[in-house]
Design a protein around this ligand. Structure first.
Ligand code: PLP
Length: 385
């Protein structure tokens, strides 16, 4: 079979063998329900509580501040819909940004339809949220500010310590969607002033279908689904022990090699960017001036259609993504790149390369070999830029 190179770790990641090994007993003989009083139940409960400690440790939280969920999307929805319903009297304002993941964008839009006051902050040309706008927008009626930590399309990191400070000065809480940053860079919720944080297992080498929401002690969040007392009643439903154990093992592995991996991925990313800039004329590296995640780069190739580029490079064995979304049969340019001020046509000719566990220098060299002729051919077909 032809060699394939996976450069789409921000979409999802491969599950590490150590993670599969850790979860396996809970899929087989340790199958108990964590709520049962007998030894099977106690075994499952113990595994869950140990996992909670591990996940809490990754972000500097206390174990009882972690609620296990089914994914990052669910964590985001519980944080926004759940907190806005229990916010203090007179505070019905939510402030978020125009570059959030659709989980936050759509939950916020839903709140707007329900009569909450939602403010959408702009970003500058390098994808950084305009904190001057946040300062203007916060008031005594703001309940919550939600700004993502790392952008999934550009990898750009937001100044969330500063954003949290601004929120707190107005008496509001601060939530961050850290789905793309947890396990990749250091996070300390206490030092950074984060009141709620969303994370997702499948972005850090655990399987799809598990996430967590950190909720600082003392914060009341109304459940968005109803059932038993699992997860403090905030996320009812029998806990998914194998996946929770998998998340914890993935967190341990991420923690062990975080700095080393960040260093390797930054170098690979820089090598890729330098090679592309050298061999392909007129490219734009989106968010290059801003602090970014180690292994993510988003590059516009003006004069080329991103979908055509994605399929052409896929036939060369390279998996990447475009930020474009397909709505009602038409390809829409990425809302993130548009918010950064890119022309729709340029935004549509952009690719995201995202690296992680298993990414090799050989993959980067392969891209640098195959991409320049593809871009040249597609630009010629399109009649040049
Ligand atoms: N938030 C961000 C920033 C993401 O990148 C994603 C997934 O791409 C999500 C939320 C949703 O996470 P999940 O796929 O676990 O629902």
């Amino acid at each position: 079979m032809k060699q394939r190179y996976y450069f789409d770790h921000n979409a999802t990641t491969p599950v590490r063998p150590e993670v599969i090994e850790a979860m396996m007993p809970y899929l087989t003989h340790k199958f108990g329900n964590a709520s049962s009083a007998h030894s099977y139940g106690r075994e499952a409960h113990l595994a869950m509580e140990r996992s909670r400690e591990t996940v809490a440790g990754l972000i500097g939280a206390e174990p009882d501040e972690i609620v296990f969920t089914g994914c990052g999307t669910e964590s985001d929805n519980i944080a926004l819909l759940g907190y806005m319903q229990s916010a203090p009297e007179g505070r019905n304002g939510l402030i978020t940004s125009k570059v959030e993941h659709s989980a936050i964008m759509k939950a916020s839009a839903r709140l707007e339809r329900d009569g909450f006051q939602v403010t959408w902050l702009d970003v500058d040309g390098s994808c950084r949220v305009r904190l001057d706008m946040l300062k203007e927008a916060v008031s005594s009626s703001t309940a919550l500010v939600s700004i993502m930590h790392a952008n999934n399309e550009t990898g750009v990191l937001q100044n969330i310590e500063e954003a949290a400070l601004i929120a707190h000065e107005a008496g509001a809480l601060f939530h961050t969607d850290a789905v793309q940053s947890t396990g990749k860079i250091h996070i300390d919720v206490k030092k950074m002033g984060i009141d709620m944080l969303s994370l997702s297992g499948h972005k850090l080498n655990a399987p799809k279908g598990v996430g967590a929401l950190y909720i600082r002690k003392g914060i009341t969040v109304t459940p968005v689904t109803y059932g038993g007392q699992h997860e403090y009643g905030i996320r009812p439903g029998t806990e998914n022990i194998p996946w929770i154990v998998a998340l914890a093992r993935a967190v341990e592995l991420a923690w062990e090699s975080m700095d080393e991996k960040a260093d390797i991925l930054s170098k690979l990313r820089d090598r890729l960017e330098r090679g592309i800039e050298r061999d392909i004329p007129d490219v734009i590296i989106n968010g290059k001036e801003a602090p970014r995640l180690p292994g993510t780069t988003n590059i516009s190739f003006p004069g080329v259609d991103g979908e055509a580029l994605l399929f052409s490079i896929d036939t060369e064995g390279v998996a990447v993504s475009t930020g474009s979304a397909c709505t009602t049969g038409e390809v829409q340019p990425s809302h993130v790149l548009i918010a950064m001020g890119r022309e729709p046509k340029v935004a549509q000719g952009s690719l995201r390369f995202s690296m992680g566990w298993g990414t090799s220098a050989e993959g980067v060299e392969h891209i640098l070999r195959v991409l320049p002729p593809i871009v040249e051919r597609l630009r010629n077909i399109a009649g040049g830029i």
